[in-house]
Design a protein around this ligand. Sequence first.
Ligand SMILES: *Cc1c(COP(=O)(O)O)cnc(C)c1O
Length: 235
Amino acid sequence: METRSLIADNLASVKQRMASAARKAGRDPQDVRLVAVTKTVSVEKIAEAARVGGCVFGENKVQEASEKIEKLGTESCHWHFIGRLQRNKVKYIPGLFELIHSVDNSELAEDIHHYSLKHDRVTPVLIQVNVSGETSKSGVHPNDLEELLAMVRYLNGISVRGLMTIPPFDPDPEKSRPHFAALRKLRDRMKAVNIENIAMDELSMGMSNDFEVAIEEGATWVRVGTAIFGEREAH
Ligand SMILES: *Cc1c(COP(=O)(O)O)cnc(C)c1O
């Protein structure tokens, strides 16, 4: 008799909660996709998640990710990069990641463009925005977003698809709502400005603690780790 694993149960429950949050907001559940965040998670556990149907994984360190990708491949597993990207690691990323969620300056955008073209690729990216204005956080300031988009729009090695944010952690998910709403409004404003070569369709926002609120506010990608794989060990 096969017993369902904890990861399978957790994944099923996260997907169910995602779908009901979408329906509650009058959205099509198909429009909200899951990045299962696998930083610090073992290859065995990721393989289990892939087996039971969570097939987009998010990593935040290039070295750790490339070791896992080497073992698990890119055929049945899809990989996104969600962390702070050091410029000296950019040369490794074309071909590894299908979406970079965390571009927040033009130098980084130029490096990704450069190495992508070198590998005959176009790398889809999101622009990370610091909507809360916390000084410790990565992300472009909302007031500087339009200028950044105008600077990167001719980089044909990247393809800007939308925006991402990480609000300050608060145990109360409702505290994240204004930040998510702010990112959606910013996305709508940039869409209206209609910058050439820039798509503004994706909103990457919401983590284990607040993904339902993020979906109500328009998330198209949620990034969920702990609720699927359990608490991470310090790393
Ligand atoms: C770790 C991480 C997540 C997932 O966080 P959980 O609270 O474990 O769901 C999401 N996004 C980013 C950028 C992360 O670094």
